[in-house]
Design a protein around this ligand. Structure first.
Ligand SMILES: *[C@@H]1O[C@H](CO)[C@@H](O)[C@H](O)[C@H]1NC(C)=O
Ligand SMILES: *[C@@H]1O[C@H](CO)[C@@H](O)[C@H](O)[C@H]1NC(C)=O
Ligand SMILES: *[C@@H]1O[C@H](CO)[C@@H](O)[C@H](O)[C@H]1NC(C)=O
Ligand SMILES: *[C@@H]1O[C@H](CO)[C@@H](O)[C@H](O)[C@H]1NC(C)=O
Length: 421
């Protein structure tokens, strides 16, 4: 018996050694909602009672997520970003929330979120202070991990302001170790490479061993320039980044802007489509109490969510550029391939391209049915020597579709879906 236990124990150690962050979490890209992009660091609840970072804001959003179909579609984490803390730790050096904005405390707030079937996420910073100037974790990593676990936190975003970037290669794993020691399953989101990029080469192999997701690049802001800059950055690094991307470990190009002020209809669809192709975390940051229907329809599109959540977890790539149209593709289960044709140029009219299926990598099966992604409508059936003609509107719009292998003789369905394939 003892020998048997010992053998199992040794086997476990070996498995642990090969896959370090086997915490069983984030097997598909995390989906949820976070305060930062839309609500930033508003702390004035007198003048902005509906917008300040407070337990009311989180409860309001939890209600909307549970009741308006977001949770059902997969958006499960609700995450408080910076500016929830009091300016000082308590007398036992424990973190505490701002007492005016979180009068019931974080545990009670997490209980409320859990009562809605959602999961609760929180923010801290690896350095001496958070980016907003609140107490950082660096001297209290273990205590903070314990505090989060006691509060029943399910997700931690650990930022990297006011920290030495050279310490991060050891510091972020150390926090991961303390989170693991709490025995609570906590998704670990690291900002580690985002602070190193541009100064030192991040070790993505190591980052993927210790973090469930990680921010690589600059914060997103509510306009197309920021969105397009992020898209181009990820495309330029895709060959390196895709190597470490997959179940349990995700590159994170930052929050979805959809539902806010800055993006057009076409640009909103573009972000959702490209984030889905990249298998990026889908973390909204908007006001779900006032969101317009055309925005929520994009966020709740089941085909795009299915492309994003595909269980292979491949990071799609920009495979071609033809006549300034960027073509992105991602292979899904059942040899289905999702495509996004993206037109970032601002020149008035749509652009047309005609692409041989072979150039899209579709030359292994006899024929393919193409469906438009937003609607699920049949575009047509094509054989492998065919060309497909695509029209893409300008100014950051996309045309999105998927191709599924079929027999030459079979008649295609006029509508299809990727939901729960
Ligand atoms: C802690 O790490 C071990 C080894 O990687 C893993 O098996 C276990 O599931 C982790 N526990 C939690 C709570 O993350
Ligand atoms: C990156 O981290 C991995 C795993 O921790 C390690 O084996 C490797 O030597 C590191 N690479 C560099 C260039 O430091
Ligand atoms: C890919 O990673 C290697 C080192 O791991 C680095 O030298 C190279 O510059 C990276 N490529 C890009 C495009 O960042
Ligand atoms: C493929 O389609 C083209 C054009 O529709 C047609 O000319 C050709 O015969 C088809 N090939 C096969 C093998 O069906």
């Amino acid at each position: 018996m003892i020998l048997k236990i010992l053998t199992v124990f040794i086997a476990l150690i070996q498995i642990t050694h090969i896959f370090s962050l086997e915490n069983g979490l984030a097997r598909t890209p995390p989906m949820g909602w976070m305060t930062w992009q839309r609500f930033r660091c508003v702390t004035d609840c007198k003048n902005f009672p509906d917008e300040c970072i407070s337990e009311k804001l989180i409860r309001d959003m939890a209600d909307r997520m549970a009741e308006d179909g977001y949770l059902e579609a997969g958006y499960e984490y609700i995450i408080v970003d910076d500016c929830w803390l009091a300016m000082k730790r308590d007398e036992n050096k424990r973190l505490q929330p701002d007492p005016e904005r979180f009068p019931s405390g974080i545990r009670a707030l997490a209980d409320y979120v859990h009562s809605k079937g959602l999961k609760f996420g929180i923010y801290e910073d690896y350095g001496t202070l958070t980016c907003g100037g609140y107490p950082g974790s660096i001297d209290h990593l273990e205590l903070d991990a314990q505090t989060f676990a006691e509060w029943t936190v399910d997700y931690l975003k650990l930022d990297g302001c006011y920290a030495d970037i050279k310490l991060m290669d050891d510091g972020y794993p150390l926090m991961g170790h303390y989170l693991n020691k709490t025995n609570r399953q906590i998704v670990y989101s690291c900002s580690w490479p985002a602070y190193q990029e541009g100064t030192i080469q991040p070790n993505y192999t190591k980052i993927a061993e210790y973090c469930n997701l990680w921010r690589n690049y600059d914060d997103i802001d509510d306009h197309f320039g920021s969105l397009n800059d992020i898209i181009q950055w990820f495309a330029s690094k895709q060959d390196n980044l895709s190597l470490v991307h997959g179940p349990g470990a995700w590159n994170d190009p930052d929050m979805l802007l959809i539902g806010n002020y800055g993006l057009s209809d076409g640009q909103s669809k573009a972000q959702m489509a490209i984030w889905s192709i990249m298998a990026a975390p889908l973390i909204m940051s908007n006001d779900l109490r006032t969101i317009k229907k055309w925005h929520s329809n994009i966020l709740l599109n089941k085909n795009l969510i299915s492309i994003n959540q595909d269980r292979l977890g491949l990071m799609g790539k920009r495979i071609l550029e033809i006549n300034y149209i960027q073509i992105w593709s991602k292979t899904l289960v059942n040899d289905i391939v999702a495509f996004v044709f993206y037109n970032p140029l601002p020149y008035g009219t749509p652009r047309y391209i005609s692409v041989p299926l072979k150039q899209l990598g579709l030359d292994k099966k006899d024929a393919y049915n193409f469906y438009e992604t937003f609607s699920g409508d049949l575009i047509g059936k094509f054989n492998r020597t065919d060309f497909i003609n695509i029209k893409v509107d300008p100014s950051g719009s996309v045309f999105a579709c998927w191709a599924e292998p079929t027999k030459l003789a079979s008649e295609p369905k006029t509508k299809s879906t990727l939901w729960k394939i």
